[in-house]
Ligand binder design. Structure first.
Ligand SMILES: Cc1cc2nc3c(=O)[nH]c(=O)nc-3n(C[C@H](O)[C@H](O)[C@H](O)COP(=O)(O)OP(=O)(O)OC[C@H]3O[C@@H](n4cnc5c(N)ncnc54)[C@H](O)[C@@H]3O)c2cc1C
Length: 386
């Protein structure tokens, strides 16, 4: 189906990434999920294909990819093997944040090193005592002479231990809005890592605590100025709920739907394909409707975000939230219905739809739980109608 929101360049990138994802990523899915193995052999090919650095400007080997483009990339990767979605998202989002909120000398200091070799990123916000309530963070950045000193522990960090660069949200004073963002290399003295987490899904993705003890941070590794941090989180970083979590989710939904539709057309019971029974056919119709409606919502939201960045309006952020919870709920319901349509085969590993349920569940929680997204949307509604 032709996509009205896509120009020729996005279609070309989508087709290239689809080929890459189907040829190189999808064949690793079963083994990496089962062995809980991170497919590190993909990092170099992703760099060589120009995918890892896409959100950087041309100066650093990127294409300045907008959120519509990144969304398309992550949908394709999510459709091939969802584990690799957050691995890429955790690289794209720090780059996008530095590109949107960093000063030119900070971008140069970070991107010139990051683009020189295959590099993964990590997005460090959650801490042991909070995930949703970001204002309660304890990680601190304190100025000492000509540099800053970082202390704190970040929890459940995707790419923890394998990333080359860490983007960190931190307090920088006692005031309500005293937040800062910095991006530091993994080689910084004082960084250490907790145990590897064992997860329900996304099992090929590395995750652990990241601990910062008296890490020296030069000013050029700050992203913007101290005090800019909350705005950067709220109006730049959180847009990834649509181009990231929602897009990977819709990729999962697409794959689960395709497996179910093919199966329903082939599997026979009582002398005809099961898809011809209304009980199964109507399920497929609802799955196709939810999938397409979600894709269109995501494309429209990204279009708006791209027009508004680097400071996205509250109204558009509410649509970002709507997209995130719609897409992850859709991924969960479509994957669950796919297992049902495949019956006993759905419950077995062979058709991979059981993995899609486990993978989809993560997106109802991470990057701001779906309850928090409903809260943001409901506040926006009440602001308008009060
Ligand atoms: C697979 C995975 C990958 C992740 N990767 C990263 C990462 O790379 N970087 C990172 O920083 N974090 C990461 N996280 C952490 C994730 O962002 C948090 O788990 C998420 O924000 C929810 O926080 P929490 O788990 O502390 O839940 P809590 O905030 O403790 O909430 C617990 C429950 O209460 C509900 N709740 C809380 N407040 C409200 C409210 N006001 N109204 C209604 N309900 C509410 C929540 O929706 C949730 O259901 C990851 C998590 C997962 C599962």
């Amino acid at each position: 189906m032709e996509e009205v929101y896509f120009n020729d360049e996005i279609v070309e990138i989508r087709d290239m990434v689809r080929r890459f994802a189907q040829d190189k990523i999808a064949p690793l899915a079963v083994e990496c999920d089962e062995a809980e193995r991170f497919p590190s052999e993909l990092v170099e090919p992703l760099f060589e294909a120009g995918i890892l650095t896409m959100p950087m400007s041309e100066e650093f080997g990127g294409i300045n990819a907008n959120t519509q483009t990144l969304s398309v990339v992550l949908e394709e990767v999510g459709a091939a093997f969802a584990t690799m979605g957050p691995v890429l998202l955790s690289t794209f989002s720090p780059i996008k944040i530095v590109a949107m909120a960093g000063q030119p000398h900070q971008q140069k200091a970070i991107f010139s090193q990051m683009s020189a070799k295959p590099s993964l990123g990590a997005f460090c916000l959650s801490e042991p005592h909070f995930g949703s309530d970001a204002r309660s963070m304890k990680t601190s950045l304190v100025k000492k002479g000509d540099h800053y000193v970082l202390n704190g522990t970040k929890r459940w960090i995707t790419n923890g231990g394998v990333a080359d660069w860490y983007l960190i949200f931190t307090k920088c004073g006692d005031g309500k809005d005293d937040f800062a963002v910095c991006m530091i290399p993994a080689t910084s003295k004082g960084i250490s890592f907790g145990k590897k987490e064992k997860k329900m899904g996304l099992r090929g993705g590395p995750m652990c605590d990241v601990i910062f003890e008296d890490v020296e941070v030069p000013e050029e590794y700050l992203v913007g100025k101290p005090g800019d941090g909350w705005h950067t989180l709220d109006r730049v970083a959180n847009t990834m709920r649509c181009w990231g979590a929602a897009s990977i989710s819709v990729g999962i939904a697409r794959s689960a739907f395709e497996v179910a539709a093919r199966y329903a057309a082939e599997r026979e019971a009582f002398g005809k394909p099961i898809g011809k029974f209304q009980g199964v056919g109507f399920k497929l119709a609802d799955m196709a409707r939810d999938l397409r409606a979600t894709q269109l919502l995501i494309r429209d939201t990204n279009y708006r975000v791209d027009l508004e960045l680097p400071s996205v309006s509250a109204n558009t952020m509410a649509q970002v939230s709507m997209s995130k919870y719609t897409a992850s709920d859709t991924a969960m319901s479509v994957a669950t219905e796919a297992v049902q349509i495949l019956g006993g085969y759905g419950y077995m590993q062979e058709y991979q739809v059981e993995r899609m349920i486990r993978d989809a569940k993560a997106f109802q929680i991470l990057d701001g739980s779906n309850e928090i997204q409903r809260l943001i949307l409901s506040r926006d509604i009440l602001r308008e109608y009060a």
